[in-house]
Write a protein that binds this ligand. Sequence first.
Ligand SMILES: [Fe+2]
Ligand SMILES: [Fe+2]
Length: 273
Amino acid sequence: MTHPIPIRKMAFEVPVAEDFNPLYIAGNATLSYMHTALGLYVVRLEPFIVKSLRKVLPQIRDEALREEVDRFCRQESQHHQKHADFNELFLARKYPGLEARIKRLRDDFDGYLRHRSDRFRVGFVEGFESYTSQSALTLLASGLYEHKRSEPRFAGLFKWHLLEEIEHRNVAYDIYQHLYGSYLVRAGMCWMAQQHMFRFFADCLRIMSAAEGERGGARYRTTFKHRLLFTRVDPFVKRLRTMLPGYTPRHLRIAADFAELSDQLSAQAVSVQ
Ligand SMILES: [Fe+2]
Ligand SMILES: [Fe+2]
């Protein structure tokens, strides 16, 4: 029987640059740029996750948790590799200001690795994971990836990534609890990590909307109202939930067809460990 956190090696076909439509999610500018921003964010975050957790691995006294952390890191490494391939398409669009913003993001993570404590880093990882496991459930249930104006290759990439975020939803929480357990620090790190991500998303939306709007017209622009809705208003309840004292990823309601989707993706994989 495979472990509940399987390591799938996927072989996705990446669209060629000439074919790339920047409105690849439901033909919608805000939704598409949010996904683009997520792809750009995770290729910086995921190596940080792996380095941060590998550093504390020797401190984990529970054998089963150690294996879960190892599998969690290996899933994240796969995500990083696949997103890096798709990100080439976004980077080729030459968005003015994006390179400098990505450099700032890279500097942030380098600084966290160099100057912050293990507790800060594990808390940061948990702050991110506790938000994304919830939004992964919402996004997979939304039908967005089956939408007729969603590009199937991008839809496949995000479906796989989000499903695995749900598979490893307990791991960051468990390692944080195992090593530290302080509620207040955890809540503070949720706030900080999620702010960090949404600030990057808001900047990406602005940068992409300006450049694509200039090239393609009104359909390619996001409005201030939409940016506010997607990066502030809509995430509010999910963010708050991660910071409440009784929060645990074990309370998340997992959809009935989750196991089926998980099997489907394993069947598509080149290999599963
Ligand atoms: Fe990931
Ligand atoms: Fe994750």
